[in-house]
Design a protein around this ligand. Structure first.
Ligand code: BGC
Length: 812
């Protein structure tokens, strides 16, 4: 304290051209942030001079940037006040931690070698087991007798909250069944800001509301199964390029975003996961506003643990810890997969006072509380995770149950029909089909790495397509399917007697530009795919060889249907308006039931109701500054999110209201039937809109201020099936808040309901419940969600541009 006082007295005397930030290295860490705050007032952070810095620091330093993400200290000590479950868990965890030595606590904050992707230290004398952490968000990676669920982006395309819950529950049952305590998912970071982002498919759409609905439902499902859900990657992990520090390139990219966008887009879906009971959160690799996400006190201590009242633990992304003491004080609770900069370093730091003992106790308590919150300490299935590579003999531990049925259901519900002319689909009584393209049958040899379907990172690096049915993307979020239902076989088995099937499934290439034509074919199905993986961003949203294949088939086949398995956006402008391309299906990443699911839709057993979870522009350049990841120059690479809130349809709505550059808009998808909309009623719930801000007297619980989740407006309408086939309809509600079109996007999704299956002539009423958060904006000055005064526009329809009902309400 003396040192601090001395420093503060001395502060005003510093000449303004001195760079006092460089002196801060001399200060104990705990004083550093306070001093930085004081210094910032009189000495604005100078632009860095890298050449000088390199000399002064014998290497580059993050120091000049430090402070742009405001410091928030100390790290909040959680105590389980959110609800009774957490209270009990904390009571029990406190009891255990009180009996622990410092070494034992330290062992709970780091990873050890073991069977899982991550293994915490055990404390046998207190019967605390090593907790098993395992990937990933759509299935247990690298194991046998487990299911390969559709990827996150495919789930999002269902727009169905019930299926989202059942997905989380089934996934959670499989993790639990194999004794895994902590599931590393679901994913809302990346959200999908960058159209070519390599991991967007792991996430749940680039719209924060849809992603939030899915994050909440999946987390609830996993949590109900008894597993600790770990939403990731917190936060702003929007690109793969330079996501991590490297000796060759320098520091990881810094995602620089303003406070309002951070809240309204990127943190928003995590709120739902926290509210649904997530016990862990994984912090991301890259820097956020110049400070590494796993040592960013604003993100961890500030937003996550204070504003959102998080009771669980923060775990680093694998080897993503960049500092020891600093990360502990900034709110990191657990480093993975090894000791990282904790272990003996943390022990020393606690003994010499650099990390206060209560902080260490909080770190250990948070982990144990999450374990007890799921009651895993009472009984848990034995751990049956086997090293995938090299494969070994082991007893089959089958946790698949009947999940194949659910997988097929989600796979069909997330299939999006975007073009269907001349009643090409469904195929009612096909006599002669021709099938083309590599995505029609599974890859010939996908198991060179048993841990990673379709090859490891090296094999897949910069790959843009897969020579086989694409059911998942690559990297840690990929699945290892027990089998793959082949689209080709599933279609063949559905053909009526005496029909003809011809095929050419060779991957499109310059050597094979014109596959064999079959002039008598009635309908031609062309199966393409677009691959993406962790560790690299996509080079393109299209590929010339696949496009040439479609054009070749369409040159003679008058009913060409293109089916695309895609790990994200695929531009289709090269052939989408070709008169012979009469059908286009976006079949997403459907998981193991790829074949049965597409056959269900093609033959009309299931009426498609999936909707696009992103906008497909006519050309890649339509995405403007968010097409590509930022390359980033120099040691401290930066990515400025200066588009703010205007990502995807929010940007297209502003810049292209007529939709000339939009091929298929966010939320779009066709059906084999027609739906009519009517009966719009908007009810402002009495007494709920008087206060602009949630009651400051009410304590925050996990997920944020409880008032944010109170229903303030109800919107009702009726949807009826006016066509001849039964089907489900995804009804979407978009809201224009006061100020929309000025400082806020024209419309933002604030309600999704999948209605049906409705029989022809059948009607259903539905209710959208808008919460305080749904009708609020983040007020940067007040640091709170604020309900604006004025008129709100309500748009209800079948996509982000197809509105069938309009209304509004006024908040006075
Ligand atoms: C990924 C995480 C994953 C972890 C463990 C990291 O490289 O970014 O998403 O959970 O590895 O496999």
């Amino acid at each position: 304290m003396d040192l601090l006082l001395h420093f503060c007295e001395w502060l005003p005397r510093l000449p303004p051209n001195l760079q006092p930030f460089q002196l801060l290295d001399q200060l104990p860490f705990t004083l550093k942030d306070l001093v930085i705050t004081l210094l910032s007032a009189t000495h604005p952070i100078p632009e860095p001079d890298f050449a000088t810095l390199r000399l002064q620091h014998k290497g580059p330093s993050e120091l000049p940037y430090y402070g742009r993400s405001p410091p928030v200290y100390p790290s909040p000590i959680a105590n389980g006040t959110s609800n009774n479950l957490w209270a009990t868990a904390y009571h029990e965890a406190h009891d255990l931690v009180a009996q622990m030595t410092v070494d034992e606590m330290v062992n709970l904050t780091r990873g050890f070698p073991g069977p899982c992707v991550g293994n915490t230290g055990a404390v046998p004398r207190l019967a605390i087991p090593s907790l098993c952490f395992y990937d990933g968000p759509s299935g247990l990676r690298g194991q046998e007798f487990v299911s390969a669920f559709p990827a996150g982006i495919h789930l999002a395309a269902t727009f169905d909250k019930d299926l989202m819950y059942r997905y989380g529950r089934a996934l959670g049952d499989e993790f639990r069944g194999r004794g895994v305590h902590v599931a590393l998912g679901p994913v809302a970071g990346p959200l999908g800001r960058v159209a070519r982002g390599g991991r967007n498919w792991e996430g749940l759409s680039n719209d924060p509301y849809l992603a939030g609905a899915a994050m909440g439902a999946v987390t609830r499902g996993m949590t109900d199964a008894g597993v600790i859900a770990t939403p990731k990657h917190w936060l702003l992990n929007e690109q793969e390029h330079r996501r991590r520090w490297s000796a060759a390139d320098g520091d990881a990219i810094s995602s620089n975003v303003d406070d309002r966008t951070l809240h309204e887009l990127y943190a928003f879906p995590f709120m739902d996961a926290l509210r649904a009971g997530a016990g862990g959160v994984m912090c991301s690799y890259q820097r956020a506003n110049h400070s590494y996400a796993c040592q960013n006190s604003k993100l961890l201590n500030g937003i996550l643990k204070t504003e959102l009242g998080f009771e669980g633990f923060v775990v680093s992304d694998w080897d993503g810890q960049m500092s020891g003491v600093a990360s502990a004080l900034a709110g990191l609770d657990l480093t993975m997969p090894s000791a990282g900069l904790f272990g003996p370093h943390l022990l020393r730091a606690v003994h010499n006072g650099s990390v206060p003992l209560p902080r260490l106790a909080d770190m250990a308590t948070r982990l144990l509380a999450a374990h007890h919150h799921r009651r895993q300490h009472l009984s848990y299935p034995p751990l049956t995770i086997y090293p995938p590579s090299p494969p070994s003999r082991h007893p089959p531990v089958d946790v698949q149950s009947d999940h194949a049925l659910l997988i097929r259901r989600i796979a069909t519900a997330g299939t999006v029909l975007v073009k269907n002319l001349n009643s090409t689909l469904p195929l009612l009584s096909p006599r002669y089909l021709a099938i083309y393209g590599p995505s029609a049958t599974p890859m010939l040899s996908p198991w060179s790495n048993p841990d990673r379907f379709a090859g490891d990172y090296t094999a897949s690096f910069n790959r843009s397509t897969l020579p086989g049915t694409l059911i998942t993307g690559g990297g840690s979020g990929g699945t290892t399917p027990p089998y793959i239902s082949s689209p080709f076989s599933a279609i063949q088995s559905r053909l009526p007697p005496n029909s003809i099937l011809r095929w050419d499934l060779s991957p499109p290439s310059a050597h094979n530009p014109n596959p064999t034509p079959y002039p008598n074919a009635e309908t031609c199905l062309v199966f393409l795919n677009a691959y993406a993986s962790e560790s690299f961003d996509r080079a393109s949203l299209t590929d010339a060889a696949s496009d040439a294949l479609v054009l070749s088939v369409a040159s003679w086949c008058t009913r060409t249907v293109v089916i695309l398995h895609t790990a994200g956006i695929r531009i289709v402008g090269a052939w989408s308006r070709h008169p012979n391309v009469t059908g286009i299906i976006m079949a997403g990443l459907p998981g193991q039931e790829a074949g049965t699911a597409i056959a269900d839709v093609l033959f009309g057993d299931v009426n498609p109701s999936g909707r696009l979870p992103y906008t497909i522009a006519r050309e890649e350049r339509g995405y403007g500054g968010t097409l590509n990841s930022t390359r980033g120059e120099g040691y401290f690479a930066e990515s400025w999110f200066d588009e703010g809130l205007w990502v995807d349809y929010r940007a297209f709505d502003r810049d292209d209201p007529e939709g000339e550059g939009v091929e298929y808009e966010f939320g779009f998808g066709l059906s084999y039937t027609e739906f009519g909309y009517g009966g719009l009623e908007v009810e402002v719930v009495a007494g709920m809109t008087e206060e602009e801000f949630p009651d400051p007297g009410v304590a925050v619980v996990q997920g944020g201020h409880p008032g944010l989740w109170e229903v303030v407006v109800r919107v009702r309408c009726v949807v009826g099936n006016e066509g001849a086939r039964e089907g489900a309809e995804v009804v979407q509600l978009y809201l224009g808040v006061p100020g929309a079109g000025e400082d806020t996007p024209v419309r933002q999704l604030r309600g999704v309901e999948r209605v049906g299956v409705l029989k022809p002539g059948e009607e259903a009423g539905l209710v959208f419940e808008l919460t305080r958060r749904d009708v609020s904006v983040w007020d940067v000055g007040a640091q709170q969600w604020r309900m604006r005064r004025g008129r709100y526009e309500v748009y209800v329809g079948a996509s982000s541009r197809d509105f069938r009902l309009r209304g509004g309400f006024v908040v006075g």
